[in-house]
Design a protein around this ligand. Structure first.
Ligand SMILES: [Zn+2]
Length: 59
């Protein structure tokens, strides 16, 4: 089934129709790749984890 609705990415705030959903929030395919290839020690990676944790707390 193809989803036609574009969703706003949690990380970059761009809209894309393809990506992943975590805690009912959307991450675009670009950011998904970024996360996968990111060093787990990098500041950006930590920031994203921090965002995800906020979501998991408030949902
Ligand atoms: Zn994104």
């Amino acid at each position: 089934m193809k989803r036609e609705i574009e969703m706003t990415c949690l990380i970059c705030h761009n809209q894309d129709e393809k990506g992943i959903e975590i805690f009912s929030k959307f991450i675009c395919r670009h950011c998904e790749k970024e996360i996968i290839h990111m060093e787990s020690t990098s500041n950006q990676y930590r920031m994203i984890l921090h965002e995800l944790k906020k979501i998991s707390i408030y949902t």
